[in-house]
Design a protein around this ligand. Structure first.
Ligand code: FEO
Length: 170
């Protein structure tokens, strides 16, 4: 049995990860509309990874005898101003997710819930990678997407991303 606050935050994180999946799915749809299949692919895979994160939190709760309460997932409601806009919004979003993971870690630390802290270690590292990837996308866009040829080549690079299941096994 977890501390109530830790449990509440873990359960909420399932919702936040599904929201992330929904947000990136929305961005994938935007790029699909714009004819940028590589950017679409990158965000579609990102969406799949976020769903995986949600499932890891679900499994962790269940493995520890806790029930899962699914909460409503908000619509992304995001309008994109240009091709770069989703990249910027994705980076901002990842920083929010990092803060949320850190918040759960802090709650677990306060009640000496070392098991949850160890579980969250993977997510702490993962967030570092996700923020870096999101920031790299912005940098690459600024460097190379200034003309149609550069955008075409960057789109091709984004097309090469492949889905891999998360390395964390519970
Ligand atoms: Fe599940 Fe992008 O953090």
């Amino acid at each position: 049995m977890f501390n109530e606050e830790v449990k509440r935050l873990l359960n909420e994180q399932i919702n936040k990860e599904f929201y992330s999946a929904y947000l990136y799915f929305d961005m994938a749809n935007y790029y699909a509309d714009q004819g940028l299949a590589g950017f679409e692919n990158w965000f579609f895979i990102q969406s799949q990874e976020e769903r995986d994160h949600a499932l890891l939190f679900r499994q962790y709760l269940l493995d520890n005898g806790e029930s899962v309460e699914l909460l409503e997932i908000a619509a992304p409601n995001t309008k994109y101003e240009n091709f770069k806009d989703p990249l910027v919004k994705a980076f901002e979003h990842e920083k929010l997710v990092t803060a949320s993971i850190n918040n759960i870690y802090e709650a677990a630390f306060k009640v000496k819930d070392f098991r949850t802290m160890q579980f969250l270690d993977w997510f702490i590292k993962e967030q570092g990678e996700e923020e870096k990837n999101a920031e790299d996308n912005i940098k690459k866009f600024e460097l190379f997407a200034g003309d149609p040829k550069g955008l075409y080549m960057l789109d091709n690079e984004m097309k090469a991303r492949v889905y891999t299941a998360p390395s964390l096994v519970l």
